[in-house]
Design a protein around this ligand. Structure first.
Ligand code: HEM
Length: 212
C-alpha cells in the first residue's frame, strides 16, 4: 500500500492516474455517443433507450458514482500537475515552443479541461438534475436544442471535447507504455479519428434535434 501512495506522489504516478481515468472517459464517451445516436431515431427510440438505462436501477447508480469518482480524480490530478508545471516553469520561454511539434490539443489541455468541467456541470443541470415527471427525456433534449443559443453552446462544447480528446487519447497510450515508434503513428491517427467521431457524432445531435 505504501508504494502505491509513494508512486501516486510522483509526477509519473499522477500521469498514470490521468491515463487510466482518461481511458475510462473515452470508454464512457463511446458508450454515451452510441446511446445518444438513438436520438436520430426519434422520440420513441430515445425514450425507450433512456427507460432501459434507468431500469438498471442500483447498477446505474453504482456506475454513476464510479464515473463521479473517476471525474474527481482526473480533475484534481490534472489541476495538481498543471500547478506543478507552472511552479517548475515560472517564466515563459522566450522562444515559442509550439514550433517543436506541439499541437493545438497538447498546448490547450488544461484550458479545454477546465471548459469541459464547466460544460459537464451545465450539461447535468440541463438533462440529469431536471424534473422528468412532466416531460419525456426526448422532449427535454428537443426543448433545449430548439433554443439557438443552447444549440451553439453545445456545438462549441463538442469542438472543445474533440480537441481535448485529440491529444488525450494518444497521450494516455504513451503514458501506459505504448510509445513504440512502430505503433505511435497508428495510435495518433486512431486518436484523431476518435476525436473526429466524438466531435461530429455529438456535434450534429443539437443541429438535427434542434431542427425537428
Ligand atoms: C449533444 C451531445 C450530448 C447530448 C444530447 C447528451 C445527452 C445527455 C442526456 C439526455 C443525459 C441524461 C440521461 C438521463 O439521465 O436519462 C446525459 C447525461 C450525461 N452526459 Fe451527456 N449528452 C451529450 C454530450 C455529452 C458529453 C460530450 C459529455 C462528456 C464530456 C457528457 C457527459 C454526460 C454525463 C457525465 C452524464 C451523466 C450520466 C449519468 O449520470 O447517467 N455528455 N447526457
Amino acid at each position: 500500500m505504501d508504494w502505491v501512495i509513494r508512486t501516486l506522489g510522483t509526477a509519473v504516478g499522477k500521469k498514470l492516474l490521468m491515463a487510466v481515468t482518461g481511458l475510462s472517459f473515452c470508454g464512457f464517451l463511446g458508450a454515451h455517443l452510441a446511446g445518444n445516436l438513438t436520438l436520430y431515431g426519434g422520440a420513441d427510440a430515445f425514450n425507450s433507450y433512456a427507460a432501459h438505462l434507468h431500469s438498471l436501477g442500483p447498477l446505474l447508480t453504482v456506475a454513476e458514482l464510479g464515473l463521479l469518482a473517476l471525474f474527481v480524480v482526473h480533475v484534481v490530478t490534472g489541476l495538481v500537475l498543471f500547478l506543478q508545471n507552472l511552479k517548475a516553469r515560472p517564466q515563459r520561454y522566450a522562444v515559442d515552443r509550439s514550433a517543436g511539434g506541439r499541437t493545438l490539443g497538447s498546448r490547450t489541455m488544461p484550458y479545454t479541461g477546465a471548459l469541459i468541467f464547466l460544460f459537464i456541470i451545465y450539461h447535468l443541470m440541463n438533462f440529469h438534475f431536471v424534473d422528468k415527471s412532466h416531460a419525456t427525456i426526448f422532449a427535454i433534449v428537443a426543448g433545449t436544442f430548439a433554443n439557438p443559443v443552447q444549440m451553439a453552446l453545445y456545438i462549441t462544447a463538442m469542438v472543445v471535447v474533440a480537441v481535448h480528446v485529440s491529444h488525450g487519447f494518444w497521450s494516455l497510450f504513451q503514458t501506459l507504455g505504448a510509445n513504440h515508434p512502430k505503433y505511435m503513428p497508428a495510435i495518433k491517427i486512431l486518436g484523431l479519428l476518435f476525436a473526429l467521431v466524438v466531435g461530429v457524432g455529438f456535434g450534429f445531435i443539437p443541429i438535427y434535434v434542434g431542427m425537428l
